[in-house]
Every structure is written in C-alpha cells, then in structure tokens.
Ligand binder design. Structure first.
Ligand code: GLN
Length: 487
C-alpha cells in the first residue's frame, strides 16, 4: 500500500475507502520491517493503537461522527507526556518515567481521533541538532543511513520521511522541527510562541520551546495546526484567542497571497553550501512568476543569535533540569550514601555529556557576578534580534532563507566538536528568540541526493499566511513527493 499524506488518509478512512485498522496495521508492519534500521521510535504502542483504531472504525461504520484525523496513525516526540507508555526525553534519567497525564497536544490529537502509534527518538532533552545525543538509541537519515536525520526531533522527521506514520509532532527550541524536516525532506512548522500549548511538554528552554507538526505536505501541516493550535488555560504562556484568533488553516490554503513581498537577506547566504544557495535561488525564481516581489532586507544582529541563544537556552535548561535529582523523577543512584550524593551521583550517572555541558554553562551564566555579563546581555541581544525582524516585516510579508548551512552530515562528523554542532543552528534560532513562526519545506536535493529545505519566516501569529506562502511553492514543485527508497 502506498504511503499517503495525512489528509488523503483521513479522507479515505472517513469515506470508508480504507479503515483506521488497515492504516495502523500498515504503519506497524513498516515499523517492524524498517525501524530496526531507521531507529525513529523509542516506543511503539501496537496493541493500544490497534484497539483505538478498531474503536474509531466502529464509530465510522455506525455512521457516528469522527474527529478531523479520523483514525490516522500519528507519532509524538518523546518529550511530550502521554498517560500511557513511558515519556523518556531520550534520557537515561527518565528511562522508566510514566507521566500521570497527557500533554494538551496529545489530548487534542486524541480528541481529533488520531491514533498515536508511538513516541519518537530525539536528542536527550531536545539538546542537539542531529539526534546523536539520544541516550537511548540511534536514528539514521532514511535518505542515507550513514547520515544523521537532524535534530532534535530527528525521530519524528525520520518517521514521517520513511512512512512510519502519517504525520508527527516535534518541538522546536532553536530549530529542532525545521532542521530535521530539511534534512529528511519533509515539512516542519514551528508556530508562534504561545500558539500551541506547552502543557505536558518537558521543558528545555521555556521561553523558546514550541510544539509543531512534521508532515509530508504543507496541507498536512495546516490540518495538524487546526487540531493543536489554540489557547490552553493550563499553559499561562499560551495566547488567548481574543488577542490572536486561531484561523482555520485549511480554509484559504490554496489561495495565493496577492502582491507577495518576499524579504531576502543576501549577506546571510555566504555561510551556506553552494548547493543550498543554488536551491534557494531556484526556489525564489519559482515565486517571481506568481507575482512575488523580492525585497532586500537587513538583519544587522543576526550574527549574534547563536551566542545569545546558547546563553539563554542553557540558562533556562539549567533551571528546568534541576528537578531531575534522583528524588522526584527516574534514575536514582545505588551508590549514594547520603542525600547530597543522591543528587550528584544520580545526575552524574544518568545524564548525558551534552546535557551536563549545558547545565554547567547555564548555571555559570546565571551565577551572581556573571548574570549581568552573560544572561542579561543575551536578553538585550534577543530584543535587538526581535526588533530587527519586526522592522524587516514592515517592508515584506515573509523572509526566505536557508534552514541549515548544509544538508544532513555524516554520523559522528560533529560529535567531537559541540561548537560546530551549535553553528549549524545559525538560520533557525532567530525565529525562536523572536517568537515568530517559521516553516521548512523541501526545495531540492544536493549532489549526493540529500534533501534541501527552504525556510520561510513570517510575523507572529501569521501562520495562516505562512502556510499559504509555502503552499504557493509546493503547488509548483514536486520535491515534496519524492520519498527515500525504503521498500
Ligand atoms: N540545536 C539546538 C540546540 O541544541 C536546538 C534544539 C531544539 O530546537 N530543541 O539547542
């Protein structure tokens, strides 16, 4: 059976052309056959998924109403709490952690009758750009198993690319939805901060984290946004709909944006691979005949984004991760002889190297004497970056730039050099610092057959237009239809 888009699959199930059980079985069969190689999943809920699918099919057969996802199989990154199965964040410290409740997005997926087939692999606590920091397993890129899938939502991106689910959720603190989407040739949307509830998302950098869809098409991203976006009283940072109404993201999706003004920042392309720059130029050329005007804009503080991000994100992480102490959650050291040792030994034994590095960096940046020099300074830079973007958007509707300087790199290529790994986030982190939405869509392949992504950024709470702009391109091109050959 062909791997369909989420939209096509749910239409087929709802119309009785196939069933949810059949769709879930197919995905489970593929997982059984392919995922030993890809490594996209940390856990798979076979029995539970089939039971849920049968229940949804029963409702359809009885002519009862079903939700917008009509029994389609969906995967969730393993940093979102589910009341069933484990929620590990790919960390040994949470290896057996059972959350007592569903994250709001998980509840919303279930209410829309998605079947959650499993939880996907990630960099430990979402810290990384390649999924190589997972404490539990390795995920490879379905296009070339010698390369990384990107990160930190590498499991979700690989699962979508390899047809191991119809769509997935990821989280994006500094690019973790968009970059793996680009590396795996799928669509990834980071919504505006506050658009999607973070309740039940294990916090990394709370002022930056945002949940969003990883899908095969722009239409599927719109469909998932219809399900997950909206105010949540359980998340005080989720934005009230009276302040920023949630659109029906599918309603106008195929209506092109008239008089579209695309901002380009030529100076930024210097650091990217020639293949990435070429694909981007060609993508811009697709927009021109559609009536788009290209406008050169400047982002003067762009170069400081990485430095600011890695101070702010690690500062927030050092505070958020203090709760993993061997007392409240997960792994507890057997070697500890007193309670201080419970903290230190449990953390020393079960947290990975990158997580420890960031806790130390963040604690340092927040310590008295250094707070003003690092954390406060980084917040000021963050504000300048936000202001740059706001003034750029006075002259254009969106900004188009690369997602990452390169396509998917080799496994192990950057693991010994964390700074090199951090630098690969250059194009994605500004959107998180500014809180604005960004989407990554497939726009070509490099000479080695690896997918290239194009990033489109737009003003806060303009996801409806952002999706329409992405859709304008998708309708003219076939890149999103290519699939890796996985049998
Ligand atoms: N690569 C970035 C980091 O390591 C972003 C991660 C993310 O978005 N979760 O922090």
């Amino acid at each position: 059976m062909e791997v369909l888009s989420l939209r096509a699959l749910r239409d087929n199930i709802a119309a009785g052309r196939t069933t949810s059980v059949e769709a879930v079985r197919m995905v489970l069969e593929r997982i059984g056959r392919i995922d030993t190689m890809v490594g996209a999943y940390i856990s798979v809920f076979e029995e539970q998924a089939l039971a849920r699918a049968a229940e949804i099919d029963g409702r359809i057969a009885a002519g009862l109403p079903v939700g917008a996802l009509a029994g389609a199989p969906v995967a969730v990154k393993d940093n979102m709490c589910t009341a069933f199965g484990a929620t590990t964040c790919a960390s040994r410290i949470l290896k057996n952690f059972q959350a007592p409740y569903d994250a709001t997005v998980v509840g919303r997926l279930s209410a829309a009758d998605a079947v959650i087939v499993g939880k996907t692999n990630m960099d430990e606590f979402a810290m990384g750009s390649s999924t190589e920091n997972s404490g539990l397993r390795r995920t490879v890129n379905p296009w070339d198993t010698g390369r990384v899938p990107g990160g930190s939502s590498g499991g979700s991106a690989a699962a979508v690319a390899a047809g191991l689910c119809a769509a997935a959720l990821g989280s994006d603190t500094g690019g973790s939805i968009r970059q793996p989407a680009a590396f795996c040739g799928v669509v990834g949307l980071k919504p505006t901060y506050g658009r999607v509830s973070r309740y039940g998302l294990v916090a990394y950098g709370s002022s930056l984290d945002q949940i969003g869809p990883l899908t095969r098409t722009v239409e599927d991203a719109a469909l998932l946004m219809n399900v997950i976006a909206g105010h949540d009283p359980s998340d005080s940072t989720s934005v009230c709909e009276s302040m920023a109404p949630v659109s029906d993201y599918l309603a106008d999706l195929d209506r092109p944006v008239e008089g579209l003004r695309i901002g380009v920042v030529s100076s930024l392309n210097a650091g990217a691979d020639p293949a990435v720059v070429k694909a981007l130029d060609e993508a811009l050329a697709v927009y021109r005949p559609l009536g788009a005007e290209l406008i050169e804009v400047e982002l003067p503080h762009f170069d400081y984004a990485i430095a600011a991000y890695y101070v702010i994100a690690t500062a927030e992480a050092s505070s958020n991760l203090a709760r993993y102490d061997g007392v409240h959650y997960g792994h507890r050291s057997k070697q500890a002889e007193d309670y201080v040792a419970v903290y230190s030994k449990s953390r020393a034994e079960a947290l990975g190297q990158e997580v420890k590095r960031r806790i130390m960096l963040g604690t340092y940046a927040l310590s008295s004497g250094y707070y003003d020099a690092y954390y406060l300074k980084a917040l000021k830079v963050r504000n300048l970056i936000r202001t740059d973007l706001v003034s750029a958007f006075e002259r254009c509707d969106c900004i188009i730039m690369p997602v990452a300087p390169t396509t998917a790199f080799n496994i192990g290529e950057k693991t010994d050099d964390p700074l090199q790994m951090y630098l690969s986030d250059i194009y994605t982190i500004s959107a998180n610092l500014a809180g604005i939405p960004g989407i990554s869509i497939p726009c070509g392949f490099d000479g080695r057959g690896m997918p290239i992504g194009m990033q489109i950024l737009s003003p806060a709470f303009s996801e409806d237009r952002l999706l329409r702009i992405a859709r304008m391109y998708e309708r003219q091109t076939q890149w999103h239809q290519r699939r890796p050959d996985m049998g």
